[in-house]
Design a protein around this ligand. Structure first.
Ligand code: ADP
Ligand code: SF4
Length: 677
């Protein structure tokens, strides 16, 4: 072990239990809930195997009146749920880690659609999802007493399941306890409303109830959001957020602190740097003697050490860091810090929550496949047959298949047409706010550079004729895609004849080949709906041109709502002086139509950047001579079906695993997949 990191591996007492080190995998949505328990258990067990000293389970609904369906949370509604939790505890504890459970009641965030129970809240107000036509019932004193009983009963069940740490949850505006605390949602005038002492009463009572259940055998943690930046009448870290910590300072055995709501807590790399929550949470250590865990996309071991040494945190919390690399603690302990698969802060993991699906990760293609596919994040086992593989294209997909094959003891040769490896990732990483994308490439190039079994050839565009010269057992085509300029996008499948008018694409912008007259007007037309058009808009706003963003959708950068970035993107574009035109359709003469009014949209325009669909690059040019390879050729990812980077990485990882598993995909079948050449 590198001694400078020793401090991270000190055992830490948390009330009556002791964490073996300071790495704390905090609760986070996994998309695997009560309905897919085996996946959830294996996912959390893997974090324990990877060295996280404490592994916490996500929000666990305490009773049917906090039914969060369609988000697959955990449940501990009754005794029937205990065996599932006991199996989870065992999977975590068998690696020597502590198991924690985040008991929660969603209050005005629950919908109770499947349970049919009334939604509960401090006051009779609509639920905290304006688009959902449901109201909460104002709880009377009996309802409050009953809720406390249910919380206690859930804590008893959690104790019986074997958890070491029982959480009380008052964070993210996703908790009944937060709703009682907040003046925004608590309009009561009894002993639970009005003054601060009254609004904090229920939180204090539930903490005391849980400590009573724990009876000195389990630790009790309080997860609390100390600030709600940007929320009208929200908590602030120098106002009532701090007052709460001061009022309850020594009551819980552990403070797990963050900021609310979820878009603030899970900020992406576009809008935050590592450690972005510290300015809000720093004060907590000065108010309590109890251990404090905090988050902020920590991946740097040096920063972690300094946080502990400077007394800013006792435990290093990781949600996304533990998704991207379940083995982060082990790698630090073994001095393999250059092998850490750092989270890039893209929130693809988060996006799966709104779909109610098991999480996916751009950096870690094995997440959620630990149980279903038996995949290990540190790679497949060394295969018995050593073969050699040619990979064409060094984008994220090509690099992922190379690394997966390498880890299984195979030999790989990678040919890349450009002078730099990394494909779309390296190009996109140069756009504003996307620099961390580069980590996808850096991590994989680092592994390749350490292996004698990997040959990477840059400036090597291969044609079909070249393939015969390679003595490879398998050929993997990972040649990517390019942006279309013919008007085809997510809402228009019919190519547009632009009558030779100049239309730029994101590739032109990234290549630096766009020529704009200073002071002219440029329209960025978004028919892609993820991050690309807003990133291009931001880039072009630095040219001195007037930039307009238009989209046929009713909202701006629509899919970024799934990654919790949409509001921040809009704020940034507006701040840059960009005019936004939703519900706007592009006409072939480069004029626009307002689709709501059915009228021409008056947009002054000189140049157009069209951000639409992408065209797969799945053909190798056939030069004179005959294409002779008899080798199996595989393709997947962007060169087949362009998508997000995570999808390209996952598809290539899958292909590499299939190559290794000859039974699953025999050679004949591989040959059937020869692409159009
Ligand atoms: P993906 O996301 O599927 O990895 P990318 O577009 O990011 O796709 O990467 C594809 C890479 O393949 C690019 O770097 C591109 O330069 C390279 N490439 C495309 N055609 C060839 C070829 N014929 N020979 C070698 N490299 C190629
Ligand atoms: Fe990090 Fe992106 Fe993976 Fe989420 S999906 S853990 S944000 S790399």
């Amino acid at each position: 072990m590198n001694n400078s990191f020793d401090i991270l591996f000190e055992p830490i007492a948390i009330g009556p239990v002791t964490a073996p080190n300071r790495f704390f995998a905090v609760p986070h949505a996994t998309g695997h809930g009560w309905n897919q328990p085996s996946g959830a258990i294996a996912l959390r067990g893997m974090k324990a195997e990877g060295g996280w000293g404490t592994v916490a389970v996500q929000i666990t609904e305490i009773s049917p009146d906090t039914d969060m369906a369609n988000h697959p949370m955990e449940r501990i509604w009754d005794d029937g749920d205990i065996p599932r939790h006991a199996a989870q505890v065992e999977a975590i504890k068998k690696h020597g880690s502590l198991a924690a459970i985040e008991l929660g009641h969603g209050g005005m965030r629950a919908r109770n659609i499947t349970s049919g129970e009334p939604v509960l809240g401090p006051s009779a107000l609509p639920v905290l999802r304006p688009e959902v036509p449901i109201q909460a019932m104002a709880m009377n004193l009996n309802d409050i007493a009953l809720f406390r009983e249910k919380h206690k009963a859930a804590a008893i069940r959690a104790k019986r399941a074997g958890y070491d740490i029982l959480y009380v949850y008052a964070a993210h505006d996703l908790s009944l306890l937060s709703h009682f605390l907040s003046v925004r949602t608590n309009r009561r005038d009894d002993v639970y409303g009005g003054s601060f002492e009254n609004r904090i009463r229920l939180l204090r009572e539930v903490l005391q109830d849980t400590l009573e259940v724990a009876a000195g055998e389990q630790a009790v943690a309080l997860r609390f959001s100390v600030a709600e930046p940007g929320v009208k009448n929200g908590l602030t870290h120098d106002g009532e957020g701090r007052d709460v910590v001061e009022a309850l300072a020594e009551l819980p055995d552990l403070w797990d602190v963050n900021i609310s709501g979820w878009p603030n807590d899970s900020k992406t790399a576009q809008f935050s740097l590592e450690g972005y929550q510290l300015p809000y949470t720093d004060f907590v250590k000065s108010v309590t003697t109890k251990p404090v865990v905090g988050v902020g996309r920590f991946t740097s071991p040096d920063l972690m050490v300094s946080l502990v040494k400077k007394g800013r945190l006792d435990l290093i919390g990781g949600a996304r860091a533990s998704i991207a690399d379940p083995f982060l603690p082990t790698k630090i302990r073994e001095g393999r810090t250059d092998e850490i698969r750092e989270c890039i802060g893209c929130n693809i993991c988060v996006s799966m929550d709104s779909y109610g699906l098991p999480i996916r990760c751009t950096q870690n293609p094995t997440i959620s496949e630990e149980w279903r596919s038996g995949w290990h994040p540190e790679g497949p086992a060394i295969s018995k047959n050593r073969r050699s593989h040619l990979i064409i294209g060094a984008g994220p997909a090509g690099l992922e298949s190379a690394v997966t094959l390498l880890k299984a003891g195979q030999h790989v040769t990678i040919a890349e047409a450009r002078e730099e490896a990394g494909g779309r990732v390296i190009r996109e990483a140069k756009l504003p706010g996307l620099a961390s994308w580069k980590r996808v490439v850096d991590h994989r190039l680092q592994i390749l550079s350490q292996s004698a079994d990997a040959d990477l050839f840059l400036n090597s565009r291969l044609s079909a004729n070249d393939l015969a010269e390679f003595d490879a057992d398998t050929i993997v085509l990972a040649t990517g895609a390019h942006w279309r300029r013919d008007g085809v996008g997510s809402t228009n499948f019919q190519p547009i004849d632009f009558d030779n008018k100049k239309v730029w694409t994101p590739d032109d912008v990234m290549d630096g080949s766009v020529e704009l007259d200073p002071g002219s007007t440029v329209v960025v037309y978004d028919d892609d709906h993820f991050y690309m058009a807003s990133a291009i808009t931001e880039q072009l706003s630095q040219t001195g041109c007037k930039i307009i963003y238009a989209t046929p959708m009713p909202t701006i950068a629509t899919w970024t709502d799934q990654t919790l970035e949409q509001a921040a993107i809009i704020e940034r574009l507006v701040g840059l002086g960009v005019a936004l035109f939703p519900n706007t359709k592009l006409n072939p003469d480069l004029s626009f139509k307002n689709t709501l009014a059915g009228q021409p949209q008056n947009i002054e325009q000189a140049d157009l950047v069209f951000v639409g669909a992408r065209q797969p690059d799945n053909r190798l040019s056939l030069e004179p001579g005959q294409f002779t390879t008899k080798k199996p050729v595989l393709q997947a990812g962007d060169c087949v079906a362009p998508g997000i980077i995570q999808a390209a990485v996952l598809s290539r990882h899958t292909i590499a695993r299939k190559i290794l598993n000859e039974h699953e995909l025999p050679t004949d079948k591989l040959r059937d997949q020869i692409p159009v050449l």
